[in-house]
Design a protein around this ligand. Structure first.
Ligand SMILES: *[C@@H]1O[C@H](CO)[C@@H](O)[C@H](O)[C@H]1NC(C)=O
Ligand SMILES: *[C@@H]1O[C@H](CO)[C@@H](O)[C@H](O)[C@H]1NC(C)=O
Ligand SMILES: *[C@@H]1O[C@H](CO)[C@@H](O)[C@H](O)[C@H]1NC(C)=O
Ligand SMILES: *[C@@H]1O[C@H](CO)[C@@H](O)[C@H](O)[C@H]1NC(C)=O
Ligand SMILES: *[C@@H]1O[C@H](CO)[C@@H](O)[C@H](O)[C@H]1NC(C)=O
Ligand SMILES: *[C@H]1O[C@H](CO)[C@@H](O)[C@H](O)[C@H]1NC(C)=O
Length: 525
């Protein structure tokens, strides 16, 4: 018994040891096969909605792991402790079509996030909205029932939702959009007209992708707001801009989508072509239809098994969110300070926004909260997108700023499975419009649309004309602004293509002469 008992374990442990080696060997083999399945990253950034507003109620009916709302989240009508006013408004699930637009400037957001205190308490949304209009204070405390955002409900069930993803700065659209592709707004906390005219000078993830010999493409509908970056106006990038309606589905069907594919929504609300950027007062049903259209095109593409589709929102649009905005150890991207009176140091993040990711490599029903690094304080924010693109494509370029070096990366969400899923839906649910009226294309342009018209004026050369001051675009109807913007983009692109044929340097940018004349020239700057 004794000798037998001694031998057997030795034999058994030899086998175990051998099996152990085999497992380790298989595991490393598996890792190297599945290390990086993604060859195409598709990015869609919509406008002005908070996480709780779009997704918060899905905690209740879709996935209890989501950090959403219960209805017990309330804001006092006044955050002033000496005030006698004790009334408060709590979170409800009856969000619908919203008009007008809640406040979201830097100062508005400061009030929403801080109330009257000195740390983010998320207590001042009602008070801030009340300062604009009585009705708005109810509006900002409403989220959508999942059935009113059926595409997100489906994608949250099937793929991954990020419930701790913040806008990069507590301010409006343009600075946040700039962070998505350059990890800085170059010191802007609002729309800065002179920067807009000359274009933002910073290096972008598009430059990094291009310099590594990879391809990118921007599929735009009215105007590519990526032209706010000066570099993107250069001749060498002109062929990267494609009309979404004519090209996106074809390129997806033919397996021709570039490594970094950006989709820009329609920012103008036109009869027959309603805006689909989700910006209030635009109907979110149109944003849902755009996401459905893009998803279905990707799902049926030969590139599907190599694709990661990212949907996020530039900022929260003034809508309530209950998660405290991070305000400790957030690095300034580049040391630039904001303008007076705040001289913002870019040392805290904005309000939480909805972020959803789609890929056959993502496990069904995934909820992602905090990132796994690179620092203990790292968070997911818009700079996580360039940081992850750099990682996925192993780009040789440096980080863009200190912010993307700090932001959490999410490449691991496509590394859990050893084969792509085959059970992803091919068709998403139908979407029913929430707005019952037609687009009001005769209304005046919003502040954001005014910024876009200013960009078009620069492309068109009209900003040199003293006859094209701010006031002209502010007085434009949405319909007129849409046609002005569309013409400016096509003039700029065809003039750039002509300049290329004439042998202009690839780093040149075309200067259009005002649309009164037809001459144009190009220059290096
Ligand atoms: C970039 O896209 C091309 C074409 O789809 C593909 O062959 C290549 O592997 C991609 N590069 C990377 C680094 O994923
Ligand atoms: C708070 O309310 C009191 C009384 O209504 C008012 O005098 C005071 O100015 C308010 N303080 C702030 C910071 O709004
Ligand atoms: C508030 O809502 C009421 C009824 O819904 C409407 O008649 C009124 O014009 C709204 N007021 C503002 C300032 O939007
Ligand atoms: C994606 O991968 C799955 C599983 O290997 C396979 O069944 C399917 O045909 C692939 N789809 C495409 C478009 O290559
Ligand atoms: C990433 O790029 C570096 C060179 O920049 C190279 O040494 C390394 O092998 C690459 N890694 C992968 C996984 O391709
Ligand atoms: C959303 O749209 C407004 C109005 O057009 C724009 O000024 C702003 O930059 C965006 N953000 C918020 C929060 O409104």
């Amino acid at each position: 018994m004794g000798s037998f008992g001694n031998k057997a374990p030795t034999f058994a442990s030899t086998i175990l040891l051998f099996l152990g080696f085999l497992t380790v060997f298989q595991a490393t083999n598996l890792v190297s096969c599945t290390q990086q399945p993604i060859k195409t990253v598709v990015v869609l950034v919509l406008e002005n909605r908070s996480f709780d507003h779009m997704i918060g109620w899905m905690k209740n009916s879709i996935n209890p792991k989501i950090n959403g709302v219960t209805g017990h989240e309330c804001n006092s009508v006044s955050t002033n402790s000496t005030s006698q006013e004790k009334e408060s408004i709590c979170y409800t699930n009856d969000a619908e079509y919203v008009d007008p637009d809640p406040g979201h400037s830097f100062e508005d957001v400061e009030q929403q996030v801080f109330g009257s205190g000195s740390i983010p308490s998320m207590s001042g949304f009602v008070q801030q909205a009340l300062s604009l209009s009585l009705n708005l204070s109810q509006t900002v405390m409403k989220g959508f029932k999942p059935e009113n955002v059926p595409i997100y409900a489906a994608l949250v069930r099937e793929f991954a939702v990020f419930d701790r993803w913040f806008s990069s700065i507590p301010g409006p659209t343009q600075p946040n959009r700039l962070f998505v592709y350059s990890a800085t707004s170059h010191g802007s906390t609002s729309h800065v007209k002179t920067q807009l005219a000359t274009g933002y000078p910073q290096h972008t993830i598009f430059d990094s992708v291009y310099n590594s010999g990879l391809d990118f493409g921007i599929y735009y509908q009215n105007i590519p707001t990526t032209l706010f970056y000066k570099n993107l106006r250069r001749l060498k990038y002109i062929s990267k801009f494609h009309q979404f309606d004519w090209n996106f589905k074809n390129d997806a069907r033919n397996g021709k989508l570039p490594n970094l594919t950006v989709i820009e929504p329609r920012y103008f609300d036109i009869v027959g072509l309603p805006a689909n950027d989700d910006h209030p007062s635009h109907d979110v049903a149109n944003g849902q239809m755009l996401v459905k259209e893009v998803y279905e095109a990707l799902r049926s593409s030969p590139q599907w098994n190599e694709t990661l589709f990212i949907i996020t929102y530039d900022e929260h649009g003034g809508f309530y969110d209950h998660v405290q905005t991070p305000y400790l150890n957030v690095p300034s991207p580049d040391g630039n300070r904001g303008p007076p009176p705040s001289f913002f140091k870019f040392d805290r993040l904005g309000v939480r926004v909805p972020t959803i990711m789609v890929s056959p490599w993502i496990k069904k029903g995934t909820v992602i909260s905090r990132p796994k690094g690179p620092t203990p304080d790292s968070e997911f924010e818009h700079s996580s997108i360039p940081a992850t693109i750099k990682k996925i494509f192993n780009l040789s370029s440096d980080f863009l700023t200190r912010r993307d070096a700090w932001a959490g990366t999410f490449d691991y969400i496509v590394q859990d499975l050893s084969v792509p899923r085959t059970d992803c839906p091919t068709i998403l649910p139908d979407v029913v419009p929430l707005r019952t009226t037609e687009a009001d294309e005769e209304r005046g342009v919003s502040q954001f649309q005014n910024e876009v018209v200013q960009l078009a004026a620069v492309l068109n050369g009209d900003h040199f004309l003293s006859s094209f001051p701010d006031e002209i675009s502010k007085k434009m109807s949405v319909k007129k602004a849409h046609s002005y913007v569309s013409n400016a983009v096509s003039r700029f692109i065809s003039a750039s293509k002509e300049a290329i044929q004439m042998g202009a340097d690839e780093s040149a940018i075309v200067d259009m002469r005002a649309s009164l004349t037809t001459r144009s020239s190009s220059h290096n700057r």
